[in-house]
Design a binder for this molecule. Structure first.
Ligand SMILES: Cc1cc2nc3c(=O)[nH]c(=O)nc-3n(C[C@H](O)[C@H](O)[C@H](O)COP(=O)(O)OP(=O)(O)OC[C@H]3O[C@@H](n4cnc5c(N)ncnc54)[C@H](O)[C@@H]3O)c2cc1C
Length: 430
């Protein structure tokens, strides 16, 4: 048996780090076990051939999120409103969009009038089942699947209403240097407070009884403590018996069933850097559609969504989510790269040769295949409310669950930290 401590935290992503910082600041002895070689979890920057650090995972602050903004300030990071306009590319033509297609107002009116929650597909079947609304249905499903990493057959209509009825899409901030300085800040605070980190330490099994856990790792190491906080993603939690999963003894079927009722979807994210801003460059005016104030570009191609860091910077980020990403996640990075190039070429009505000639750096992040996340982030199903309550309830004051999926701002870094903060309060109250 190795290492005795007050509490073991599994996972050093935003939730695990935030909890470790707060618990250690209150004098608790905290041990953090992390499968990867460093802290951050889904927050990961890519350097490679890029002239700036790019983000494999999160890069936006979606709205006015207090914990995130306050920590970024402490970390010395600046953030700014995402610049540029929304466009849609259809059949090689670009149209500026107020985010949505014709029928959007009708859609929001019906959603606002909805009394009982149901899945998005059920809602569309009931209210927009006519042939004339076919295009609207396709747009709505594409948007929910794309941005929420969701299966339209599972995502809650109420959740879609809350998200689209608010202003978070318009109210997005980008962070200079990405989320990594926030991770570095949390990690440094944890170390200052005396937390112990074990990296490349994948947890395989948790044997538990009231007041005692024994954590068995892939390496054969065993850690023991009176409590454990589990911050792994929903994807890892529900992947019983697969590689990189965690077994419980005794089993915890009610918790796992609750986790399975919540939504968790894949994303393929592609970062590209080019030698020119060819969508805003007179030299390309005859060969590429010019969109000088490009912010977001939504298309119907295999990698449908693209955005700029700023309209005048030579970076494009590609994004596929939901059922689209589910299909793409099986493919190799080389195939995904080709599809991404073909997708931009089609969306900007140009040739793959031009895109290839301009491309100076690329990175493919296929989150559905990431062994220690097994997806990108959670989304709400009609069952999520009840399921969250079940999963949030500590087991015998011994096993605590925390992380993005249990926070209020679903699918965000803020959600991971706000939930960690709540769970820390529960731990300290015992
Ligand atoms: C492509 C993408 C884009 C995103 N965009 C945004 C965005 O723009 N804005 C935003 O706010 N959020 C965004 N998110 C969501 C955000 O990244 C997450 O909500 C947040 O980082 C989750 O933090 P967490 O601590 O809950 O989980 P994680 O970061 O997943 O931390 C869990 C940790 O547990 C570790 N682990 C897993 N299994 C084991 C094991 N068996 N043993 C030991 N350790 C283990 C993992 O390695 C990981 O470090 C995005 C996510 C992705 C993937």
């Amino acid at each position: 048996m190795e290492h005795t401590t007050d509490i073991i935290i599994i996972g050093a992503g935003a939730a695990g780090l935030y909890a470790a910082m707060e618990l250690s600041a209150k004098g608790k002895k905290v041990t953090v076990l992390e499968a990867r070689e460093k802290t951050g979890g889904r927050i990961r920057s890519i350097t490679g051939n890029f002239s700036k650090a790019m983000d494999a995972g999160p890069e936006f602050i979606h709205g006015d999120l207090p914990i995130t903004k306050s920590l970024l300030k402490k970390a010395g990071s600046k953030f700014y409103k995402h610049k540029g306009e929304f466009y849609r590319s259809r059949n090689g033509k670009i149209v500026e969009t107020d985010e949505m297609t014709e029928g959007w107002d009708r859609l929001m009116k019906e959603l606002k009038g909805l009394k009982k929650d149901m899945t998005l597909v059920q809602f569309l079947d009931e209210h927009f089942g006519d042939e004339k609304d076919k295009e609207l249905r396709r747009e709505v499903i594409g948007l929910a699947e794309g941005f929420d990493a969701a299966d339209a057959n599972r995502i809650s209509a109420f959740a879609v209403r809350n998200e689209w009825g608010g202003d978070t899409i318009d109210d997005s901030y980008q962070i200079e240097g990405g989320y990594t300085p926030l991770v570095d800040y949390l990690t440094a605070e944890c170390r200052k407070n005396g937390c112990t980190f074990h990296f490349k330490t994948e947890v395989k099994k948790i044997k538990w009884q009231k007041g005692r856990v024994e954590i068995i790792c892939m390496s054969g190491q065993v850690f023991e403590a009176p409590k454990v906080m589990i911050t792994v993603s929903l994807g890892v939690l529900i992947s019983e018996n697969e590689t990189c999963s965690i077994a419980f003894s005794p089993a915890i079927p009610a918790k796992i069933t609750a986790a399975k009722q919540m939504g968790f979807g894949p994303i393929v994210k592609i970062n590209f850097e080019f030698s020119t801003v060819f969508w805003n460059d007179a030299n390309f005016k005859n060969s590429v559609i010019q969109i000088p104030d490009l912010g977001f570009l939504n298309s119907e191609n295999e990698i449908p969504v693209w955005w700029t860091r700023a309209p005048d910077q030579p970076f494009l980020v590609g994004w596929a989510g939901g059922s689209n990403a589910e299909k793409l996640k099986q493919l190799s990075d080389d195939v995904l790269l080709k599809k991404a190039i073909a997708s931009i070429a089609a969306a900007m009505n140009t040739t793959e040769t031009i895109i290839n000639e301009q491309l100076t750096a690329h990175a493919i992040s296929n989150w559905g295949n990431d062994p220690f996340t097994k997806g990108a982030y959670s989304y709400d199903t009609p069952e999520t409310g009840e399921a969250k309550k079940i999963l949030s309830e500590p087991l015998e004051d011994t096993i605590f669950f925390a992380g993005e999926a249990l926070g209020d701002h679903t699918g965000t870094v803020e959600a991971a930290m706000e939930n960690a903060k709540q769970v820390v309060k529960k731990v300290l109250s015992l």
